[in-house]
Design a protein around this ligand. Sequence first.
Ligand code: HEC
Ligand code: HEC
Ligand code: HEC
Length: 432
Amino acid sequence: MKSILKGFGAALSVALPLLMQASAAAAATSSAFDPALVQRGAYLAKAGDCAACHTAPKGKPFAGGLPMNTPMGQIYTTNITPDSQTGIGGYTEQDFARAMREGVAKDGHNLYPAMPYPSYAKVNDDDMKALYAYFMSGVAPVQQANREADIAWPMNMRWPLKLWNMVFLEKGVYQNKPGKDVAWNRGAYLIQGLGHCGSCHTPRGIAFQEKALDESGSAFLTGSLLDGWFATNLTGEHNVGLGRWNDQDLQAFLKTGANRHATAFGSMTSVINNSTQALNDTDIAAMTTYLKSLPPAGGNGAPPYTYDPQATKVSLNRPANDAGARVYTAYCMHCHGVDGRGFAPMLAPLAGNPNVLEKDASSLINVTLNGTEDLVIGGIPAPYPMPKYAPVLTDQQIADVLTFVRAGWNNGAPAVTAADVTKLRKSTQAAR
Ligand code: HEC
Ligand code: HEC
Ligand code: HEC
């Protein structure tokens, strides 16, 4: 008996390593994805801007940990590297697709819609497969535990998200719209889906849901305030939207973050840095075709902007009479110009700039207080980024200079109050 057991043990000690080797080999084959598929997945991960949220500043790629503000409190992005303990190494392709499209993690808990799954729901099966291949074998596994959200009971309960999904999640991948050409449909697919442009640019309703997920809703991409930045109206509206931009303007903006009308700043900087500059010309052109097809919406019905330097020249010649002109000549004019036209493309014009004409002045106040993260194109940071004036100028001075800018050069936009600046100074300080 003893010897039989011994023999069995001996047999096991020979067989077990062999068995383990065999299963390791099986695992290796199943994780050996086609390199072309992995490469396509890497491109799609750029289109989806996964790094903007899942890579924390100075953090390892895709290991998560970036704090995000939600109406309920702060949450942290998660580790989506293929580490099997702390990342998504244990996810099957089905698990991954469910997280991306339905906002449900492998263990069944619902994700907060800060993860833009209502947009990613439109990603088709081929692209989902490529993304999965990339995250399983193109990304280095990093062991880094996820951080719990700073949301107190009862708001931290995740089950109400199931109800939220029942009401607001539109299931079903993007379907080509008949009567529209290939470029339009490709652009719509990228803008509504992986690009999740609406998560910032579409106004949200009372339950934090985007009011429209495609062009069939009139609120789609009409501009919205999120986290202290007003994401511009992207419809054809001629003052606050893209109505005065031609195709080349829009393509240049998405490729390089700047054109003759505007320069990227605030939360758009990271979109240009991590996502759109990496897209190929065909996809950039497709996104442009789609955006330029959106009929004008929003705005205040004023006639299209026309440049007029006259009135502004008068106050700039006698700045002593105008508190805003005084601040402008001392602090802003050497970059943005007497004529308000800056030195495009790298120094943003303020005359006729859609962000300056927009009723909501949050972005202007925020960029003047806090400057902006460097725009980095092809690895090269912008040479003269907008400085931060929070330590230099009072709330009243910032209100004065922005009121001057909003009235100047025929901009005709409403004044900014010191109280508006105080509010944003407080909330952006808290976020730091
Ligand atoms: C705007 C920010 C944002 C972007 C962009 C984003 N995510 Fe997320 N993602 C999150 C947040 C936040 C969570 C965690 C939500 C929670 O804990 O409820 C998350 C969770 C996930 C999860 C679930 C894993 C887990 O354990 O929580 C997966 C998978 C995922 N994201 C994949 C992706 C991929 C792939 C992309 C790019 C195509 C992407 N995400 C882009 C914010 C983002
Ligand atoms: C994280 C939030 C966020 C996301 C996602 C986002 N944007 Fe923006 N976007 C902004 C903000 C804020 C501004 C205003 C600042 C500026 O002009 O750069 C802006 C400005 C723009 C402008 C310039 C408008 C102007 O008149 O100056 C364009 C064009 C644009 N976004 C296109 C897009 C497209 C296309 C996508 C999707 C691929 C996208 N954005 C995704 C936040 C975002
Ligand atoms: C060193 C040059 C410099 C100075 C000085 C400067 N800016 Fe800027 N400003 C920029 C640049 C560059 C941008 C574009 C965003 C970026 O890339 O940083 C910008 C962007 C802006 C914008 C957003 C417009 C857009 O669409 O990009 C506003 C508003 C603005 N500046 C206002 C001011 C005001 C007000 C002052 C003076 C208190 C000022 N700037 C001083 C360089 C400067």
